[in-house]
Design a protein around this ligand. Structure first.
Ligand code: GTP
Ligand code: SPV
Ligand code: MN
Length: 580
């Protein structure tokens, strides 16, 4: 196979010359190709089979122990104007970055196969979808891209029709953390990644293209590329409302997107459209609509069990690639909080021993096609996307943030999103559990200056009077013993119900300085056995703590200087004044 697109053909041959790849393989996206590459990896030991009786077509990949998460300090946006990139990103001048990367790529694929992977982010026939081509020397990348995107011949055909595509070059390199970079060149729609095989660093369609590059394009073209799940909430009467929610990495998007309602609400249904990324466009009627650019899930394994997330638990019993989990004696995948079985081997491939850390890496992942999910929405493949009623922001905060609250206006909602702060998780290298500012859950993913990004968000208010309502949730409040105050998971349905009732104007709320909180009987918790004092603290605010929070947040906003939109300053001042 080759291509009619001259630009693509020329780029592929330039890369082959630079990297001195031994062989070029154009990926067609077929099942046979997938199996052929799986077999090749089984042969070279980069993949192993799991118990095929209990887990048909499931495989295990153990990564280099130093290559288990995104590396935010090694991720750069390269454009010649530093101010456009913003202090929220690492910046490097284009020429310097290219020099550095070309030096690394020089001869790096000697003796290796170079895969050319055409992919489409979004339904293949959607006007909102965008294509790219990833060149990679990693067979692991090929099989993951097959599950995570619309990959192969159809994507190539679309590229040949449209002419435009994102160029992503990836080499696993030596996996040396000192020779590892993830570079983005938004002006020329290209990405260069070297030295890591980990999902977010190596599957370039995902965070690199569908968030960092796409957010840059979205600003120019009037749409939004967001770190959001998309779900449909269907009532017993058959009415479905669509919600998007932005939570930072490993803070509950996959779980919420696949929620199974508790027994009391068994006539309700949650449908999954996406679990990580949403592209939001305004249609000609002024309605915001969302598509999920992805076609699969690259999800956090630990904590997934038959109780917390039955849909995910069931969907990863077959046709799944596991990365960095442990295994049982009979070679089934095992992870912390799986609740069944015992670990025998850990994620480093050593025999499991309680004293030497968890069996599964805390950021171990499953890769599986979205079609394996029983809750997969039949509108997930719709070219126009789904109409959005509510946008939810959230973070992992053991204190401060109430269970749920609603913004008073779109502009106030943008402030609320900009104010997201959350405890860091194992999804990125670095310390875990420290609160950091993570506006719109996009700190690691917004490809340009946050101040301009907030202006862009604010600009939607001028374009329509039909914008979604904006909310903030926090499933992670804890008591002094470290126990969660809210049961979470399936019970989060009760909060989603309140959100939709608020959108429809069906339920009263208490007005506070930070927004509308549920009134006494607003959220149904009758059968949950929650201590009234706990419920009170989940649904009220501590003025003193919030004054402190708003002051810190104010300083953060000020750090964006003149670029900070005046409207955001006004919104901040209003909340701060209401707290005095
Ligand atoms: P990324 O894929 O990194 O973007 O993460 P995500 O936002 O999709 O997070 P995910 O749903 O995978 O959840 C991450 C961790 O949080 C898992 O270990 C879950 O078990 C846990 N979690 C998710 N929802 C809840 C909840 O409502 N309550 C509690 N206590 N934990 C939760
Ligand atoms: C995240 O870290 O937010 C993820 C996993 O969804 S990765 O694709 O690796 O970024
Ligand atoms: Mn994510």
């Amino acid at each position: 196979m080759t291509t009619k697109n001259q630009e693509l053909a020329a780029w592929v041959s330039d890369v082959a010359a630079l990297t001195q790849a031994q062989e070029i393989v154009w990926c067609d996206g077929s099942e046979q190709e997938y199996q052929r590459i799986v077999d090749l990896m089984l042969d070279d030991g980069t993949l192993s089979t799991l118990n095929q009786e209990t887990h048909p077509n499931c495989y295990l990949h153990l990564s280099d122990p130093q290559d288990v998460a995104r590396v935010e300090h090694l991720t750069f946006i390269c454009s010649d104007d530093k101010a456009t990139v913003g202090d929220n990103n690492n910046w490097m001048p284009v020429a310097e970055a290219k020099q550095k990367m070309n030096d690394l790529y020089q001869g790096c694929m000697q003796g290796r196969t170079m895969y050319v992977i055409p992919y489409c982010m979004g339904p293949i026939d959607s006007p909102y979808s965008r294509c790219g081509v990833e060149i990679s020397d990693s067979p692991y990348v090929v099989i993951n891209m097959k599950l995570m995107t619309r990959m192969g011949a159809k994507a190539l055909a679309r590229i040949e029709n449209e002419g435009k595509f994102v160029k992503g070059l990836h080499s696993t390199g030596e996996l040396d953390p000192d020779r590892r970079f993830i570079m983005h060149f938004p002006d020329e729609l290209s990405i260069m990644s070297y030295g890591s095989g980990y999902g977010g660093n190596a599957l370039l369609g995902k965070k690199c293209h569908a968030l960092r590059i796409a957010s840059w394009q979205a600003r120019q073209e009037g749409w939004l590329a967001e770190h959001m799940l998309i779900l449909g909430l269907e009532s017993p009467e058959g009415e479905t409302h669509y919600i998007t929610a932005a939570f930072p990495s490993a803070c509950g998007k996959t779980n919420l997107a696949m929620l199974i309602p508790p027994e009391k609400y068994k006539d309700w249904k949650v449908w999954t459209l996406g679990d990580d990324i949403a592209w939001l466009h305004m249609d000609t009627e002024g309605q915001m609509r969302a598509i999920n650019p992805e076609a699969g899930y690259f999800g956090v394994v630990p904590g997934t069990n038959a109780k917390t997330n039955r849909n995910a638990y069931d969907m990863i019993q077959q046709n799944t690639i596991f990365t960095n989990v442990g295994t049982t004696e009979d070679n089934q995948p095992w992870w912390e909080d799986k609740k069944v079985g015992q670990p025998s081997v850990n994620w480093k491939g050593d025999s499991y021993n309680e004293g030497t850390g968890p069996a599964a890496h805390p950021n171990s992942r499953f890769t599986v096609s979205a079609t394996e999910n029983k809750a997969y929405s039949n509108l997930a493949e719709s070219a126009e996307g789904v109409p959005i009623s509510a946008i939810v922001f959230g973070g992992r905060r053991r204190e401060l943030a109430p269970l749920v609250y609603q913004a008073k206006s779109w502009e106030h909602g943008v402030l609320m999103g900009a104010g997201v702060a959350s405890e860091t998780t194992a999804a990125a290298t670095g310390e875990v559990g420290v609160v950091r500012r993570d506006p719109m859950a996009m700190k690691p993913f917004c490809g340009y200056n946050f101040a301009d990004y907030w202006s862009h968000w604010l600009s939607f208010a001028k374009r329509t009077d039909k914008l979604p309502e904006i909310f903030h949730v926090n499933w992670f409040r804890q008591n002094d013993d470290g126990d969660f105050l809210w049961p979470g998971f399936g019970e989060n349905l009760r909060v989603l119900q309140w959100i939709i009732q608020r959108c429809k104007g069906e339920v009263d709320a208490k007005e506070t300085a930070i927004g509308y909180l549920p009134s006494e009987e607003g959220v149904d918790i009758d059968d949950l056995n929650i201590d009234p004092a706990v419920w009170q603290s989940l649904t009220s605010i501590n003025d003193e703590q919030w004054r402190q929070e708003m002051d810190e947040f104010g300083d953060y906003l000020e750090s964006f200087g003149d670029r900070l939109p005046g409207e955001l300053k006004r919104q901040h001042a209003e909340v701060r004044a209401a707290l005095s």
